[in-house]
Design a protein around this ligand. Structure first.
Ligand code: MG
Length: 90
C-alpha cells in the first residue's frame, strides 16, 4: 500500500473510531441523540456541525497544533458520516 493509500485508510479508520465513540457517549447518557438519529432535527444537526467547525477554526486561529486540528477535523467528518447514515436509511 502506498503512502497516500495508507494515509487514507488511517484517516477513514479514525473517523469510524470517532463515530463509534459518539455511539458510546450516547449509550452512556452523555447526550440523547447523535446526528444519525431521526430525532435530531436538521437545525440541531447544523448547530452540532457548526460547533465542530468552530473548533477547527479555533485550532487554526489559536495555533493549537496539528494533533488538535486533526482531532477536530475527524470530529467534523464523523458528525457528517452520522448524518449521512440517517439519510442513507431514509
Ligand atoms: Mg470538536
Amino acid at each position: 500500500m502506498g503512502n497516500a493509500a495508507a494515509a487514507r485508510s488511517a484517516v477513514v479508520g479514525s473517523i469510524l473510531d470517532e463515530r463509534h465513540r459518539q455511539g458510546r457517549l450516547k449509550a452512556e447518557g452523555r447526550f440523547l441523540h447523535t446526528p444519525a438519529d431521526p430525532e435530531m432535527s436538521d437545525t440541531a444537526f447544523l448547530a452540532v456541525l457548526m460547533e465542530e467547525v468552530g473548533e477547527v477554526a479555533r485550532a487554526i486561529n489559536d495555533g493549537e497544533g496539528t494533533a488538535r486540528l486533526r482531532d477536530e477535523l475527524v470530529q467534523v467528518a464523523a458528525v457528517c458520516v452520522a448524518r449521512l447514515e440517517l439519510l442513507a436509511r431514509s
